[in-house]
Design a protein around this ligand. Structure first.
Ligand code: ADP
Ligand code: MG
Length: 427
């Protein structure tokens, strides 16, 4: 059988500040028609770089130095952009990682999907609107006629991801490459999106390459698993074998670190609380209510939520998409004023208007965002982003801020030279 996609000995480098750095050192893997191959490996191991190279979509500073990309037996490595644009979509589709930045914000969903049919001159122009609606229905979007007329921001993250899947499968390609297609989504939506990919794959007998850092997903969905490490394939094999009896220490460690495969930790004995402890809550929300006004109707996003976070403890807030988690957190951070109720941080009420008092509170409570792509300013270096809060609060002199930024990079196991790089150069 000819593989649907066969990557052979790919060597890839990136040019950064005048120098080429090789990051992929001879990677080979393939996917057969109707097969799902999961590519796993720690962040920065080269998973996305290889996937993008296969589609001819490396960023402008990236270069496929050598190797073959055999699509149904034909080597398409080094094909011009013009030739590749005919192949992409029609024979090989990509589901990108980040729905937020992958759709054009100023064009309707219908016009973006319709363009795929237009560019590839697929069918009669008059039929395009109908085919778009049919496609939106096929990926399980309710009210497809309405969706076609909407703009990306009017859809939830899960719905946007379905639109991206629709655009990847519109022309029924033989291969779909999905790069962490659900990492920006809630768990409940994640499962639905992965089920959808499974269904479409079975219907079209396509090869699916699923890049994922989630080994539970790989174990459940893939026929084979390819494990990548530092730009090389560390091991590969049938999914069951790799999961139950990994050959390399590296894969064994990835498995041991994967939350879904680790037995739930023993709960720590509940600390005995005294009145004094209660007053020592690091954060507390009391009777929080948030009502949004939507046209004539009011929508209660948060309805009487109270909790206390004692110092030195971790609280999990869980719930499906739309249950009010983010709105609660936004009120806790002071980004959103509660309709009713109060937020206390270290016993002090969170101001609801921005000003000096609000800014002072921002030193005491911090947030780690869900989406790195939208949260890091692309025009600043990593170092400047890290130093910005110190500059804003007038902390230390330049040398001290730089030293602190280096210390912080080290703390999260990033190399010191990340300080001078823009966010797009990090995995
Ligand atoms: P993964 O997808 O496995 O997390 P990536 O393929 O994104 O890994 O990254 C592999 C390596 O290439 C990393 O060292 C990363 O810093 C580097 N890299 C990725 N994109 C760029 C870029 N546009 N410019 C320079 N280096 C990059
Ligand atoms: Mg990646």
């Amino acid at each position: 059988m000819t593989a649907a996609l066969d990557l052979r000995d790919l060597v890839i480098s990136y040019r950064s500040r005048g120098a080429d750095t090789q990051v992929v050192h001879g990677v080979s893997y393939h996917v057969d028609p109707g097969e799902t191959v999961a590519v796993v490996g720690e962040s920065g191991s080269g998973k996305s770089t290889v996937a993008l190279a296969a589609l001819g979509l490396l960023p402008s500073n990236g270069k496929l130095v050598s190797g073959q990309v055999l699509l149904d037996g034909t080597d398409i490595a080094g094909w011009s952009d013009r030739r590749m644009s005919k192949v992409r979509g029609s024979r090989i589709g990509l589901v990108p990682q980040d729905p937020g930045s992958s759709l054009n914000p100023v064009r309707t969903i219908g016009s973006q999907l319709g363009e795929i049919f237009r560019i590839h001159r697929h069918g009669r122009p008059d039929d395009i609107p109908g085919r778009v609606v049919e496609l939106l229905g096929r990926v399980g979007l309710s009210q497809p006629e309405l969706r076609a007329k909407q703009y990306p921001h009017e859809l939830s993250g899960g719905m946007q991801q379905r639109v991206l899947i629709a655009s990847a499968v519109a022309l029924e390609p033989q291969i779909v490459v999905a790069d962490e297609p659900t990492s920006a989504l809630d768990v409940t939506v994640q499962k639905r999106v992965l089920d959808l990919l499974d269904d479409l794959q079975a219907q079209n007998h396509m090869g699916l390459i699923l890049v994922t850092h989630d080994l539970a997903v790989a174990a459940e969905r893939a026929d084979r698993i390819v494990v990548m490490r530092s730009g090389r394939v560390e091991e590969e094999g049938p999914a069951r074998e790799v999961i139950t009896a990994p050959a390399s220490d590296y894969a064994a460690r990835l498995l041991a670190d994967a939350p879904a495969f680790t037995a739930t930790r023993e709960p720590v004995a509940e600390p005995t609380r005294t009145i004094a402890d209660e007053m020592d809550a690091a954060a507390e929300v009391r009777g929080l209510v948030k009502v949004f006004h939507r046209g004539a109707a009011d929508f209660r996003a948060v309805d009487d939520v109270s909790f206390q976070v004692a110092r030195g403890t971790t609280h999990a807030i869980v719930g499906e998409s739309g249950s009010g988690k983010t709105t609660t957190i936004r009120m806790l951070m002071g980004f959103e004023a509660p309709t009713e109720g109060a937020v206390l941080v270290e016993g002090q009420e969170m101001p609801t208007r921005r000003g000096a008092a609000w800014r002072a509170m921002r030193r005491r409570i911090q947030i780690v965002y869900q989406n790195p792509f939208a949260s890091l300013d692309p025009s600043q270096s990593i170092g400047s982003i890290l130093e910005e809060p110190m500059r804003n609060f007038g902390l230390g002199d330049r040398a001290a801020r730089r030293a602190r930024a280096l210390e912080l990079l080290d703390l999260v196991a990033l190399p010191a030279d990340a300080r001078r790089r823009p966010p797009r150069e990090l995995s």
